[in-house]
Design a protein around this ligand. Structure first.
Ligand SMILES: [Zn+2]
Ligand SMILES: [Zn+2]
Ligand SMILES: [Zn+2]
Length: 119
């Protein structure tokens, strides 16, 4: 079991990477997720993070937005909507100029197109 320490979350000292068959709500970006997930190893604590919210890239790019360098932001901003899904951004996000994206849209490039084409 991979264990990592994520210091920025005050109450959670250690988060374990585990696999979820059921959807969970990510406490970073507030979006639903399933599959691999960082979970607090305190069983009483209901804290989950997407894998890429737990270990975000500080700066990343997106093939849909040419010449863009999205920066990871932890603080939410009011009234911002995700360019990819149109829903409000309520937690972690990536920002480039006036474009905001939920972190789930900025996975590794190999899976990126698949995510956009789905549904
Ligand atoms: Zn915790
Ligand atoms: Zn997340
Ligand atoms: Zn979104």
């Amino acid at each position: 079991m991979k264990i990592m320490e994520i210091n920025q979350f005050i109450h959670c000292y250690k988060l374990e990477l585990s696999y979820f068959k059921m959807p969970y709500q990510c406490d970073g970006c507030k979006e639903l997720g399933f599959g691999s997930c960082y979970q607090c190893n305190n069983k009483k604590c209901d804290f989950h993070l997407h894998e890429n919210c737990g270990v975000p890239k500080p700066i990343t790019t997106h093939s849909f937005f040419k010449n863009s360098n999205f920066k990871f932001k932890k603080k939410r901003k009011r009234g911002k909507t995700c360019k990819a899904c149109g829903k409000d951004v309520q937690g972690f996000m990536y920002k480039f100029k006036e474009t905001y994206l939920h972190p789930c849209w900025l996975k590794l490039p190999s899976t990126l197109n698949g995510n956009f084409n789905r549904g």
